[in-house]
Design a protein around this ligand. Structure first.
Ligand SMILES: O=C(CO)[C@@H](O)[C@H](O)COP(=O)(O)O
Ligand SMILES: [Fe+2]
Length: 217
C-alpha cells in the first residue's frame, strides 16, 4: 500500500513565528514539515539556514523535509544533520558532485533526496536513483511560493514511477509547487506520493486546507 504525505511549506507561514507555525501545522494534521532553504545564489531569494531548523526541532515531532535551494549543498550536510533534519533534498543543478553529496547525506544519518527543476530531464538523475530515498520533482521554478503548477512536469513523475518499477527501486516521489486540492489529484495520478503545499495550506485555516488535500488521496 502506498503511503501518502502532506508536507506544508513553512515558507508561506509567519517568519516571525517559526516555532509556533511548526506546532500549528503538526496539530493541523501535517505529515511532514517542508522547510525551504534558499541562498540568494541558486535562487533569487534568501530564507534561513540550519540554525532556524535546529531552533524549531525541540518543539516538533514532524519529519523535517528540508529542501535546499543552495549552491554546493554538500557543504551543509553536517550542519543540517546536527540541527535534526530528517531528510535533505538537494538539486542536481546545484552541485558538480551529486553522487558524493547524496552518499554524504545518508552517511550523516538522514534520508537523501535529489531534486530536478522544471527544465531538467529525468535522465540527469538516472545514475543516482539507486542512492536516494526520494526524488523531488519541482512543479514550479524554485525560489518563491504562490506560483502556478506546471502540468508539463507530470510526465517526469510518471517516467520516474515507471523507472522505479522496472528497476525494482523504492524511492518516494514528491512534488513541490502550485499544489492545491485540484492539482494534487493530477500529481497523485501520475505517481507522486508526497505533496508540498505552501500557499494553499495558509490560504485558509491550515487544518481545513490539509483536510481538503487529504480528501483527494
Ligand atoms: O520550494 C518551493 C519554492 O521554491 C516551495 O516549497 C514553495 O514553498 C511552494 O509553495 P506553493 O507553490 O505551494 O505556494
Ligand atoms: Fe520546496
Amino acid at each position: 500500500m502506498t503511503d501518502y504525505y502532506i508536507a506544508p511549506s513553512i515558507l508561506s507561514g509567519n517568519f516571525g513565528k517559526f516555532t509556533e507555525e511548526a506546532i500549528r501545522l503538526e496539530a493541523a494534521g501535517a505529515d511532514w514539515l517542508h522547510i525551504d532553504i534558499m541562498d540568494g545564489h541558486f535562487v533569487d531569494n534568501l530564507t534561513f539556514g540550519a540554525g532556524v531548523v535546529g531552533a524549531m526541532r525541540p518543539y516538533s515531532k514532524l519529519f523535517f523535509d528540508c529542501h535546499l535551494m543552495v549552491e554546493n549543498p554538500e557543504n551543509y550536510v553536517t550542519a543540517f544533520a546536527e540541527a535534526g533534519a530528517d531528510s535533505m533534498s538537494i538539486h542536481v543543478e546545484a552541485t558538480s558532485h551529486i553522487h558524493g553529496a547524496l552518499q554524504k547525506i545518508r552517511a550523516a544519518g538522514m534520508k537523501a533526496s535529489v531534486v530536478i527543476n522544471p527544465g531538467t530531464p529525468v535522465s540527469a538523475i538516472e545514475p543516482v536513483l539507486t542512492l536516494v530515498d526520494m526524488v523531488l520533482v519541482m512543479t514550479v521554478n524554485p525560489g518563491f511560493g504562490g506560483q502556478s503548477f506546471l502540468t508539463e512536469c507530470l510526465e517526469k513523475v510518471s517516467d520516474l514511477a515507471m523507472f522505479r518499477k522496472l528497476r525494482n527501486l523504492n524511492f518516494d516521489i514528491e512534488v513541490d509547487g502550485g499544489i492545491t486540492d485540484e492539482t494534487i489529484a493530477l500529481a497523485k495520478q501520475a505517481g507522486a506520493n508526497a505533496f508540498v503545499a505552501g500557499s494553499f495550506t495558509f490560504s485558509g485555516e491550515p487544518a481545513e486546507q490539509i483536510r481538503k488535500l487529504k480528501a483527494q488521496l
